[in-house]
Design a protein around this ligand. Structure first.
Ligand code: URA
Length: 432
């Protein structure tokens, strides 16, 4: 292991065998965390070429079970977001796509740091069970056309272990490590077609469009080599998506969106990602057709009904979906007011994500418990005019002392200008 670390430290290319050796030794527990940490940092500084990234993806994918979806008829689709703030897309997109007749398979993760996780959001619905075996997963998709569950222990254990180390060693934001982490999970889950929401900007792990394009290209070539189709949609994460950040709050906003009353950015993103999923699945020939079909599913209630069905089959109480005001919010409420006037020219997603985590909506370590009712509602976003004293955000927390901690981040979050700023487009580029 020492030789492999030094080789990468000195900028040399690792062989497939060496990469496999590190991953299998790490998963088996024969290579300790401290050596893998040093190896990750060497990769962070020296990078990996495409062949090394492919070898790492392959070794990680084969570190556990591979799910076989071949008994489910049709083209099965999966989506993945590289992580953002206020990103409740899966809650909307899953039932939306499934209601249009395309089987949706989705294994999701939990939030960490400033980003949220789909599993935590779903658990804000009382009774919702995210644990299931691979067999139950396949059976549920076969019967209902949708399953959203936790990545179980046996699926890509290498990613679970590596991600936890990366998170505490400053090695998350590297293109090869992100590509192998995402793609090993997507390939192991067995979907035929994958849509990646590749987030770029202040609140994302990828900060520049150039890096996002490189990452998309690696993912596309990995998918092609494995006989899968992949479309990467590069989307902006400068400001949070929608208005709600925090678990129960985001479920409420997702329900509004499924009912046709959601924020424009979230709705448009779901129609865009969903359109690509329908095209890849062969359900539609064009994006226009795909978007129209999905709009109809929202308007005629079938997307909302699919969400109710999903909640019921995974043990949740659908009464909380039909009456989302029942989803409990934390008891203390605080209105954060503006001390400035002007147009909002920037609203930092990272600061909002960190503020929300301080209120209890996010985890500081993997072991922390979260407050599902905590979070933030943004009342003003980029491009809106603000007067001194206007409410910028409404904060929810179980303990009023947490508001001061969140405010430290909120003070930095809004930037103002005299003139109306140009809003950055949400969809920046599509690569397929
Ligand atoms: N999402 C993942 O699944 N893995 C990463 O490395 C980053 C974002």
């Amino acid at each position: 292991m020492v030789e492999i670390i030094k080789k990468k430290r000195d900028g040399e290319v690792l062989t497939d065998g060496e990469i496999k050796q590190v991953i299998s030794g790490f998963v088996a527990g024969t290579i300790p965390d401290y050596q893998v940490s040093a190896w990750l940092m060497a990769i962070f500084f020296q990078g990996m070429n495409d062949q090394e990234t492919a070898a790492l993806t392959d070794a990680m994918m084969r570190s556990g079970d591979l799910i076989d979806l071949s008994e489910i008829p049709g083209i099965k689709v999966d989506k993945h977001s590289t992580g953002g703030v206020g990103d409740k897309t899966t809650l909307v997109l899953g039932p939306l796509v499934a209601s249009a007749g395309v089987p949706l398979v989705k294994m999701s993760g939990r939030g960490l740091g400033h980003t949220g996780g789909t599993l935590d959001k779903l658990e804000a619905i009382p009774g919702f069970d995210v644990e299931m075996t691979a067999r139950e997963f396949v059976e549920q998709v076969k019967k209902y056309g949708i399953a959203i569950c936790s990545q179980n222990e046996k699926l890509v254990p290498a990613d679970k272990k590596l991600y936890a180390l990366r998170d505490v060693t400053g090695t998350v934001d590297n293109i090869s490590l992100i590509a192998s982490s995402v793609m090993s999970k997507k390939l192991a889950c067995g979907a035929d077609a994958i849509v990646i929401d590749l987030k770029v900007g202040d609140g994302a792990f990828i900060k520049t469009i150039g890096d996002a394009e490189k990452l998309a290209a690696i993912m596309i070539s990995t998918a092609r080599r494995m006989g899968r189709q992949l479309t990467a949609v590069i989307t902006g994460m400068e400001e949070p998506l929608g208005h709600a950040i925090g678990n129960a709050l985001e479920v409420r906003e997702a329900i509004d969106t499924l009912r046709g009353h959601g924020p424009a950015d979230l709705t448009n993103l779901c129609l865009e990602l969903g359109g690509h999923m329908l095209v890849l699945a062969g359900r539609c020939h064009t994006m226009e057709e795909g978007r129209d079909l999905l709009r109809q599913s929202i308007e005629n209630g079938s997307a909302f009904n699919k969400f109710c069905e999903l909640v019921k089959i995974q043990g949740g109480d659908a009464d909380y979906v039909t009456h989302p005001q029942k989803l409990a919010l934390s008891g203390h409420v605080y209105e954060y007011k503006s001390s400035k006037r002007g147009y909002i020219s920037h609203l930092g997603a990272m600061d909002i994500g960190l503020a929300s985590a301080k209120l209890g909506a996010g985890r500081e370590t993997k072991e922390s418990t979260i407050d599902l009712g905590a979070g933030i509602i943004l009342t003003k976003k980029v491009g809106e005019w603000v007067e001194v004293g206007d409410t910028l955000a409404v904060l929810y927390a179980a303990d009023a002392a947490l508001f001061a901690k969140a405010e430290e981040y909120l003070r930095e979050a809004w930037t103002f200008s005299e003139s109306c700023p140009e809003k950055m487009p949400l969809i920046l580029k599509v690569m397929s």
